[in-house]
Design a protein around this ligand. Structure first.
Ligand code: ATP
Ligand code: MG
Length: 291
């Protein structure tokens, strides 16, 4: 029987151990390398050492390039590109607090029965870290609609926070772009939404996306912008007049989209991991630092 086991082990095609696999992913190994098979553990471990060394070298070169050329992570560069393109298209940037009051959260109908409720990071009994930008955008729009000629176009880019069960597509802290155009002609909303989705995805370098409308039991109609290849959600859009507007005495027609910047980067860069793209201690511009 011993002989039989030894024979099987030697002949078995084995793959990387989980630890090796994780390390190789950190070091941005490509799919072909990740799926390699070996004749036995010794061959595998030797191959791992060689591959790791090679990948570390590449990562160090990328880090040097960051220092020599761009000097800013992709996330920051994307934020700048989006800001520029939106300003060129007559949107005004706003910057509102990261801390959100419970009152404003409730005004978004996020009460104890809402799916987002369990994802909120509370700071004290009536303050939390914003899970979205919309409540503060509503707040400032209420005044701007009174003061400015329509249509009023604003956007904000900033961190949002949600308790998530850490997957490769979610993180607890991520960067949202939310743009809103209020006071446009109602019949132009769909076309305008498509234009704005095109503007943002193009600036992000995402060329293959779809816009998908669905009716959801919880939210009414939802309009999502998805990666054309794997259907990853890049953004969610909405149109008004909307039931939530009443709380803000807003009656204008509007369109708005919230995009996740890390999701846009994932797709533009062909990355499998959202964590590498976002604010991180382990990665700088997607490059693992323990190399
Ligand atoms: P998902 O269904 O993917 O969890 P969502 O529908 O809950 O996303 P929205 O509230 O529509 O998210 O937020 C707008 C956008 O913000 C999303 O389309 C996505 O790009 C991004 N986003 C939301 N939650 C996260 C997260 N935890 N990490 C990274 N990006 C996120
Ligand atoms: Mg969504």
């Amino acid at each position: 029987a011993d002989h039989l086991i030894l024979y099987l082990e030697a002949d078995l095609n084995i793959s990387w151990t989980e630890i090796q696999q994780t390390r190789l992913k950190e070091l941005a190994a490509d799919d072909a390398d990740l799926q390699s098979q070996f004749d036995g553990a010794a061959a595998r471990d030797k191959a791992f050492q060689q591959l790791e060394k090679k990948l570390v070298k590449v990562e160090r070169q990328k880090l040097q390039q960051l220092r020599d050329v761009h000097r800013r992570p992709r996330l920051c560069r994307l934020e700048s590109r989006l800001t520029d393109i939106l300003i060129q298209n007559d949107f005004v940037q706003v910057t509102t607090p990261t801390i959100l009051s419970k009152g404003l959260l409730n005004k978004m109908s996020i009460d104890d029965t809402h799916p987002l409720t369990s994802q909120i990071f509370w700071l004290d009994k009536d303050k939390c870290l914003r899970p979205m930008l919309a409540p503060h955008l509503y707040f400032v729009l209420q005044d701007l609609l009174r003061i400015w000629e329509k249509p009023v176009r604003i956007f904000e880019i900033g961190s949002c926070f949600r308790k998530e069960s850490h997957g490769a597509r979610h993180s607890n802290e991520f960067t949202m772009l939310n743009l809103v155009e209020m006071g446009l002609a109602e019949e132009t909303r769909q076309r305008r939404l498509e234009e704005l989705a095109a503007l943002v995805t193009q600036a992000a370098g995402v060329d293959d996306y779809i816009i998908q409308s669905e009716s959801s039991a919880v939210y009414g109609e939802t309009i999502d912008i998805l990666d054309g290849r794997n259907r990853l959600e890049l953004g969610s859009a909405a149109m008004g007049p909307h039931v939530l507007d009443r709380a803000w005495q807003i009656t204008d027609a509007w369109v708005g989209i919230g995009f996740g910047l890390e999701r846009l980067l994932m797709v533009a860069e062909g990355s499998q991991s959202l964590g590498k793209m976002g604010k991180s201690l382990a990665y700088l511009d997607g490059i693992r630092l323990n190399i």
